[in-house]
Design a protein around this ligand. Structure first.
Ligand SMILES: *[C@@H]1O[C@H](CO)[C@@H](O)[C@H](O)[C@H]1NC(C)=O
Ligand SMILES: *[C@@H]1O[C@H](CO)[C@@H](O)[C@H](O)[C@H]1NC(C)=O
Ligand SMILES: *[C@@H]1O[C@H](CO)[C@@H](O)[C@H](O)[C@H]1NC(C)=O
Length: 427
């Protein structure tokens, strides 16, 4: 029974991947920052003590376009091992916007028309490569001499490596890469990586890519005197490739930040022989999408084969991102139900546009848990608990289905025999 069920799920997963590939899985993203430390002028995130962060009721936010007008309700924010919490500053969100824009370049235009790309994005550095089904580019804003002190505001003084998402719905080679169940030890690292993402990175233009990244970094001299930020990004398949790239570029003295949108699982986990400690997952900001109907990105939540893991700071976007849902470092839960639309690059672009439309005093946008009233499917999404698909802050009364003792007023969630199944109810 269990076996056939998981077979069905697997088949469903496979067909969804194929469907996705059919529908456009593309999307890239950019990442920046060295440590999560705002003392570096280019860092993408801020360390904000919990006590300084507050978040307001989301309905109020919709009516009142000023975050300071919100009545602050203190929420416990993401609990990380490091005892600090994250907030996204506007610069980081602009960087997300910049990286994602290149996915449109990959898919809709000619990436080899460098002059057009340079003009459109006001770039100081641009090189791009593609083969039959994969593509990569290196881009940097600012001046070509990299003299950051001469740059007026608004530029992203970082070297971006961007990886193309699945080319088209029906692209056979891409889909073979995405569905390839085999994995391989990545030489020089303690990681085991899915073959398809290795193939998409270790291709004919890799030497050119590495060389361009190095030249870009050499040009880039931030006014802060810090090393040039290196940001690797990708959407969907490109997100998985960005992880491989981050591991590879360590050998070239780069310490990239990774920004992914709806990334597929590239890392094979749970094998003591390959703990993958060479990947600094705390530098990976993994955005996935959801919506007010309670649906989640259908591809980011695929687990094929079963031993693949998601890594990085798991951040879930939806229509209202204040606070933005932070699920934890290396959080790996598959979330249902799925929506293929929530994987589309346009849906990520819409979310980013929504973030950039927020008033200045909303920044840095706190990362925490959804407040009471928000739709949910799992307790880890809520400040309180998820009851009947709605976040609630109140404890459950006796007889209500529960997951843990903490859910219940009585402090006791116990097993009961129901019709044909066991369930847990509050005492
Ligand atoms: C942030 O960086 C500064 C300067 O590089 C350093 O002194 C400080 O300890 C760092 N903070 C954290 C939390 O890493
Ligand atoms: C987001 O990116 C697009 C495409 O590059 C650009 O036209 C737009 O101005 C950006 N938005 C913001 C708020 O920076
Ligand atoms: C970059 O800035 C420094 C310091 O202002 C200056 O000495 C140098 O000439 C500048 N380089 C270029 C290429 O403009």
């Amino acid at each position: 029974m269990k076996q056939s069920c998981s077979n069905q799920l697997l088949a469903l997963g496979l067909s969804l991947v194929a469907l996705c590939a059919l529908i456009q899985l593309e999307l890239p993203s950019w990442v920046s920052s060295s440590k999560i430390n705002h003392s570096n002028g280019q860092a993408a995130t801020l360390i904000v003590p919990t006590s300084e962060i507050s978040a307001g009721d989301e309905r109020q936010l919709q009516q009142e376009p000023s975050c300071s007008a919100l009545s602050p309700t203190r929420l416990p924010l993401a609990v990380g091992e490091e005892e600090f919490h994250l907030g996204l500053d506007r610069k980081f969100v602009e960087r997300m916007n910049f990286t994602l824009a290149f996915q449109y370049l990959f898919l809709d235009r000619d990436i080899h028309n460098g002059a057009a790309a340079v003009q459109e994005f006001d770039l100081a550095f641009y090189e791009a490569w593609s083969d039959s089904n994969d593509g990569a580019l290196v881009a940097k804003q600012g001046r070509v001499d990299g003299n950051a002190t001469d740059i007026s505001g608004g530029y992203d003084e970082a070297c971006h490596g961007v990886f193309q998402a699945t080319l088209s719905p029906t692209h056979i080679v891409d889909n073979i890469q995405n569905l390839n169940p085999f994995s391989v030890h990545m030489q020089g690292t303690d990681c085991r990586i899915r073959q398809g993402f290795m193939d998409a990175y270790f291709n004919g233009y890799l030497d050119n890519f590495r060389d361009a990244m190095q030249r870009c970094v050499a040009l880039c001299v931030p006014a802060t005197g810090e090393p040039c930020p290196v940001v690797l990004s990708g959407l969907s398949q490109g997100g998985g490739v960005a992880i491989v790239a981050a591991l590879d570029l360590k050998a070239y003295d780069m310490d990239p930040t990774i920004i992914t949108f709806g990334a597929m699982r590239a890392v094979v986990g749970h094998d003591p022989a390959f703990p993958c400690t060479d990947l600094d997952t705390s530098r990976h900001f993994r955005f996935t999408n959801s919506n007010a109907a309670g649906q989640y990105d259908a591809i980011a939540n695929q687990r094929f084969p079963a031993d693949n893991i998601q890594v990085g700071h798991s951040i879930l976007l939806d229509e209202i991102n204040y606070p933005m849902l932070y699920l934890g470092l290396d959080e790996d839960r598959d979330r249902f139900p799925w929506s293929v639309d929530m994987h589309h690059r346009n849906s990520y672009r819409d979310r980013i546009n929504g973030l950039l439309a927020m008033p200045d005093d909303c920044f840095p946008i706190p990362l925490g848990k959804w407040p009471a009233g928000h739709i949910c499917h799992n307790d880890d999404e809520c400040h309180g608990t998820c009851v009947s698909w709605t976040c609630t802050d109140s404890l459950l009364v006796g007889g209500h289905p529960c997951d843990t003792d903490e859910d219940c007023e009585s402090g006791s969630c116990t097993w009961r025999i129901g019709w044909f199944h066991l369930l847990r109810l509050c005492e």
